[in-house]
Write a protein that binds this ligand. Structure first.
Ligand SMILES: [Zn+2]
Length: 696
């Protein structure tokens, strides 16, 4: 649906553990129905001044401030298709609301109607994307086109053409991120809700431009959704197949997650090296096209491809993937570039991602992440890992799972336990009330939540999508293969459950529908992680070791370290594209690898004692969910601050309170939630303490 800002934030989610196609994820729109002339701005500064004076004459000095603010706000978006300058003047004279009671009633009407519009469009979109998102049988040829179909595509332009958008812009204050950071803490809840109403209109984007953005996004998602490596067909030099025959690993999630399970198996190291080699070949695109999503025998070391006849392997010709990975990133970049001039306050996609959506300035995010990856405790954590695995670190030890509670139990045993417990999705669904009560929710509250959450079988690894209107449900999607759920599926399900509980509280407990969400994806992720971290407890397999707390801290810390580097690469790649706007896919590939190596050499080589590794460029998010990655480390950092705060308190009660605070800036939200702004200090401090304790 039309990614008006509000909707935008709600709907990009949970792609941590697998291919979660976001149900929606575009930006604001309009239909451009009146052709190119409609894009001409007609209200000159002189005209704005004249209209402003007339309104002050009509409504009096008491309204001066609001008039001087509202007229220019509306004028910026007025196009020839909307009427002449005289008509603009008349519109303003007729529609400026000087009566505070009227203004209050109008605002309430907007809120009520927007809930219905947005909530219903969301439902439609979710419904028609089900064949793509859910594991409910073969896709039909019409499913992809339906997935591209956006019923709310013309909504924003309709709001302009009916002049409803102009009513909002004329009467309510439009604020920048800086205004929100500075003045937000002084605003009432009503004022916050009003500023969120105006935030629906950061730009007026013609439908054809929006369509290009959506197409690029869908193309990127389809590309990565079909990027499976059939691990059972990976060959060693002596033609052994070390992986299970039916093992299919989606890049990068499946590769990464499977690699992380191999620490506890005897032949794990060789398999890890093999997966790492596959990753390198994906990044540098030397991977043969014929092994992507195809059951083709492949020796990733010699990079040769084989067919098997009776019991012998015969090498067959193969050509590398033709830089498609980077062509996909460029496709998204070029689509976003067309929208750039349409956002006066957010001229680069980077600005829209950071200031408009994430609501933390780009430089501030970079500062937070950089301070984390350069923490002086990291070499000691690296040494600790090296000691535990009894060898020097390898680059893929970024995904070291030995700090995970689950990593301490062999995967087989863990999978067995999950299979017994959750043979079907229904079995998991039935257990959710118990899980919620285990986490601290009362039976009534657990019932309240489960009544508002639907649980579906995911086609990808899983995701969650919240409801946008009262009466609708949040949807938890997780993967349950035919032979029942495995540990990864359960772990993802816990993550998505955290999302759905948050989504339910923020919608159903909010005093304003316009404030019915947490501030950004990082805040969304933190609750997902809070749930995910408790997966073993929920299973009734808590570790009794008194060191568990420290081990958990290091797990979070190490993961944050890993993903912060990936996020820095993502950001730098986007900056590079803006500096090199005519780059070819091959040039982007070269630049990406260089950026990844530079970030590695600066912040990872000192810990790993290995130079020039490109591994930080493996994440698929860079293709389908650009500039999203920073939300994960921010989510972990926030999560840790919240975990720290939760100690000795009831998770359920505190989570409900935090969610209710709603759609403020992340800074203000955090100050309400835990009493301080986002900061990696807490997690770094705890990591130091943990290293000390574990080295004793
Ligand atoms: Zn998530």
């Amino acid at each position: 649906m039309r990614r008006l800002v509000l909707v935008f934030l709600l709907s990009v989610f949970c792609i941590w553990s697998g291919v979660g196609r976001s149900a929606e994820s575009s930006v604001s729109t309009d239909s451009g129905a009146t052709g190119s002339s409609s894009s001409t701005i007609v209200v000159t500064p002189d005209c704005v001044k004249q209209v402003t004076d007339k309104l002050i004459t009509k409504f009096g000095e008491a309204s001066r401030v609001r008039i001087e603010r509202g007229v220019p706000q509306a004028a910026v978006y007025w196009r020839t298709g909307d009427g002449t300058t005289q008509e603009f003047e008349q519109y303003c004279l007729d529609n400026f609301a000087s009566d505070p009671v009227l203004l209050k009633d109008v605002f309430a009407r907007f809120e009520k109607n927007f809930e219905s519009i947005q909530g219903n469009y969301h439902r439609i979109t979710r419904d028609i994307k089900e064949p793509i998102d859910l594991d409910i049988g073969e896709k039909l040829p019409v499913d992809e086109p339906f997935a591209k179909f956006d019923p709310s595509n013309h909504l924003q332009e309709d709001l302009f053409q009916t002049k409803l958008a102009f009513y909002v812009l004329l009467n309510f204050a439009q604020t920048s991120l800086m205004d929100k950071l500075k003045d937000g803490p002084k605003w009432s809840r009503d004022e916050w809700a009003q500023t969120r109403l105006v935030d629906y209109f950061p730009a007026r984007v013609p439908a054809d431009v929006q369509q290009k953005i959506n197409d690029a996004q869908i193309a990127g998602e389809s590309y990565i959704n079909d990027y499976n490596i059939f691990a059972g067909y990976l060959l060693t030099a002596d033609k052994k197949t070390p992986f299970a025959e039916d093992l299919s690993l989606i890049s990068h999630w499946g590769l990464r997650d499977h690699l992380a399970t191999l620490y506890v198996t005897d032949d794990g190291l060789a398999k890890q090296e093999m997966i790492f080699k596959v990753m390198e070949r994906i990044i540098d695109q030397s991977i043969p096209q014929s092994v992507i999503n195809k059951k083709t025998f492949w020796d990733p070391y010699s990079n040769t491809v084989f067919e098997k006849a009776s019991d012998t392997y015969k090498q067959i010709p193969a050509s590398p993937e033709p830089d498609t990975r980077y062509a996909m990133i460029l496709k998204t970049f070029h689509a976003q570039q067309i929208a750039d001039p349409l956002y006066p306050k957010y001229p680069r996609y980077i600005d829209r991602r950071f200031d408009l959506e994430r609501q933390i300035p780009e430089k501030e995010v970079e500062r937070i992440l950089t301070s984390l990856v350069s923490s002086d405790v990291l070499p000691a954590v690296g040494e600790l890992i090296s000691k535990r695995i009894k060898r020097p670190l390898r680059p893929y030890d970024l995904w070291y799972s030995g700090f995970k509670v689950s990593g301490m139990i062999p995967e087989k045993e863990l999978n067995e336990k999950i299979r017994q417990k959750y043979a079907t999705l229904e079995a998991f669904t039935k257990d959710v009330p118990r899980i919620l009560q285990f986490l601290g929710f009362t039976p009534e509250k657990a019932q309240y939540l489960i009544d508002r959450i639907a649980i579906d079988p995911a086609r990808g690894a899983g995701h969650a999508t919240g409801a946008m209107m009262h009466g609708d449900k949040a949807h938890l999607r997780t993967r349950v293969p035919k032979n029942s759920m495995d540990y990864q599926g359960f772990n993802t399900a816990m993550h998505e459950l955290g999302h759905c509980v948050e989504q339910t509280f923020t919608l159903y407990d909010s005093d304003h529908i316009l404030l019915a969400q947490v501030p950004n994806n990082a805040c969304t992720e933190c609750f997902a992680f809070v749930f995910q971290f408790r997966d073993m407890d929920v299973l009734g397999m808590p570790l009794k070791d008194p060191q568990v707390e420290h081990i958990k801290t290091l797990d979070t810390f190490w993961t944050t370290y890993e993903i912060a580097g990936v996020a820095l690469v993502d950001l730098q790649v986007w900056r590079w594209m803006y500096e090199n706007q005519n780059a070819t896919p091959a040039q982007l590939k070269e630049a990406t690898i260089k950026i990844a190596k530079d970030v590695w050499n600066k912040y990872y080589a000192p810990v790993f004692k290995i130079q020039d590794c490109p591994i930080l460029a493996i994440y698929s998010h860079m293709i389908a969910y650009p500039l999203y990655l920073a939300d994960y480390p921010l989510g972990f950092i926030i999560c840790y601050q919240i975990e720290d705060f939760l100690k000795g308190k009831n998770l359920a009660v505190e989570m409900e309170r935090m969610c209710k605070s709603g759609y403020l800036t992340p800074k203000q939200w955090m100050e309400n939630a835990v009493g301080s702004d986002i900061s990696p200090e807490a997690i770094i401090k705890a990591a130091k303490k943990a290293v000390e304790a574990l080295n004793k």
